[in-house]
Design a protein around this ligand. Structure first.
Ligand SMILES: [Fe+2]
Length: 216
């Protein structure tokens, strides 16, 4: 089966001072690991034993009897995505993605304001995402363990809004954590690669449509 705990793509201390080594290590080696191990245990000996993580999520979404497996699988996928959504030093969107952000949000500042508003507006635990939905960029939040891939949306960038992600370094101040992510941690190269992968998989007219949108 392909349910694996993603190795951190950087040293655990590389995101400091925005996220400390202790915080990242605890998050990855404790929270993330428990979810992945829960999935492995739950599917062993079942029809889903050899299924991909994505297939497990789609198969169990909305099924009350499998809510626990869905939660663990979605958390594993979300965390795999989250840790790749960051890199030391962050960066800025470029290429087609930058043009799409300009077009959709009026520029990076407009996007940042909307992302912070969405992330801080989520009551309780969950996730904030930049996604492609029906051929357009959108900002989404999902509550608790939910994930955009259960709804047919394609995430480009994801941020963990569970308090365990920011309580040590930001004393639970979510807005500070979200702003630090956007300013100093967000991996826009990863986001751009996700967009390219979607466009490569989609029908050719979708790429043409995006290009046309950004020319106007
Ligand atoms: Fe987390």
């Amino acid at each position: 089966m392909s349910v694996t705990l993603l190795a951190l793509p950087y040293d655990a201390g590389a995101l400091a001072p925005h996220l400390s080594r202790a915080s990242v290590q605890l998050h990855h080696a404790h929270h993330h690991r428990i979810f992945a191990e829960t999935v492995r245990t739950a599917v062993t000996g079942t029809a889903l034993e050899r299924a991909s993580l994505e297939d497990i999520i789609v198969e169990t979404a909305g099924r009350q009897a499998q809510a626990g497996l869905f939660q663990a699988a979605a958390e594993t996928w979300n965390h795999n995505f989250y840790f790749r959504s960051m890199r030391p030093g962050g960066g800025a969107p470029s290429g087609l993605l930058a043009k799409m952000i300009d077009r959709r949000f009026g520029g990076f500042d407009g996007f940042s304001r909307a992302f912070v508003a969405a992330a801080t507006g989520l009551i309780g635990s969950g996730w904030a995402w930049l996604v492609v939905e029906r051929g357009s960029l959108a900002i989404r939040t999902t509550a608790n363990s939910d994930t955009p891939i259960a709804f047919g949306e394609t995430p480009l960038l994801g941020l963990d809004l569970w308090e365990h992600a920011y309580v040590l370094d930001h004393q639970g101040r979510r807005a500070d954590y979200v702003r630090a992510f956007l300013k100093s941690l967000a991996n826009w190269e990863f986001a751009g690669d996700n967009l390219d992968r979607l466009l490569d998989q989609a029908a050719v007219p979708m790429r043409a449509s995006f290009a046309e949108t950004t020319r106007r």
